[in-house]
Design a binder for this molecule. Structure first.
Ligand code: NAP
Length: 252
């Protein structure tokens, strides 16, 4: 399945159908990149986003679907992505499952769902795509979390997975230098989880905001700008993480 050769740099963003992934897709596209929008369940939203981008610039976006907890689907995604536009310049590992796993009640299924979507998929995708990225002197950007360094109570498996992704950022920076730079963005409170809508969740959100020195949530555009900077502008940075958290890490 080879797609159009446009001459533009190309980026694969995992979990890009909506929320922060979609904001990064819009930013890279605005900066002249062709987009491979990866999704799992959100095929309809991914298709709409691709349609919007293709309307702005013909043949500039395409959708690939894969469950990153399934090894075969990760392998297929890694095979298809470089063919989409005949090159791959940037990989953004953004996809992530996020839900509480109170210690004492964690199942093997929880471990696999959280670690495989946040870490294992990102690792094997990076390994499979390293050759293509090297050819373009490319970059990998991993979406971390301030909770990688300061674990979130009742979310041990998610926190461990993100800590692993932070370690992977440093390890692959060493493995892939000098051809590919590998960096991370660690968001603080940007978008609340979609399912957290009830009164207790809203109170919990306010309690978090009370501890954010800048006093408010960040915007998806803040994350997109940091990710684009690391991917395309930060030519002497590798193995580094930019925290975009309104100062939250200073007041946990
Ligand atoms: N939102 C925040 O304020 C915040 C704060 C700190 C860190 N972060 C990090 O920033 C990144 C983006 O945040 P977000 O809130 O926009 O993420 P999100 O909405 O929770 O998840 C992004 C996407 O990940 C995909 N995904 C989940 N499990 C998957 C699987 N098994 N296989 C393939 N894709 C899977 C989903 O794609 P489908 O919908 O297509 O299934 C989902 O839309 C994440 O890595 C997150 O941990 C976000």
């Amino acid at each position: 399945m080879s797609g159009p050769v446009t001459g533009c740099p190309a980026v694969l963003i995992t979990g890009a159908a909506k929320r922060l992934g979609a904001a990064m897709a819009l930013e890279f596209h605005r900066q002249g990149y062709d987009l491979i929008i990866h999704c799992n369940d959100s095929l309809q939203e991914a298709g709409q986003l691709a349609g919007q981008l293709n309307h702005r610039r013909r043949n500039s976006a395409m959708v690939l679907q894969a469950d990153l907890t399934r090894e075969q689907e990760v392998a297929t995604l890694a095979r298809q992505a470089p063919l989409a536009f005949g090159r791959l310049d940037v990989l953004v590992n953004n996809a992530s499952a996020f839900y509480p796993t109170p210690f004492g009640q964690v199942s093997g299924h929880d471990w696999d769902a959280l670690v495989d979507s946040n870490l294992r998929g990102a690792f094997f995708l990076s390994q499979s795509l390293a050759g293509c990225l090297s050819q373009r002197q490319g970059a990998i950007v991993n979406l971390l979390d301030i909770y990688a360094e300061h674990p979130l109570k009742n979310y041990p498996v998610y926190s461990i997975a993100k800590a692993g992704l932070a370690a992977m950022t440093r390890a692959l920076a060493v493995e892939l230098a000098p051809q590919v730079r590998v960096n991370g963005v660690a968001p603080g409170a940007i978008l609340w989880p979609e399912h957290e809508q009830d009164a207790s969740a809203i109170a919990a959100h306010q309690a978090i905001l009370d501890k954010v020195p800048l006093g408010t949530t960040g915007s998806p555009g803040d994350i997109a700008a940091a990710a684009f900077f690391l991917a395309a502008r930060a030519t002497y940075m590798t193995g580094e993480v930019i925290r975009v958290d309104g100062g939250r890490r200073l007041n946990l």
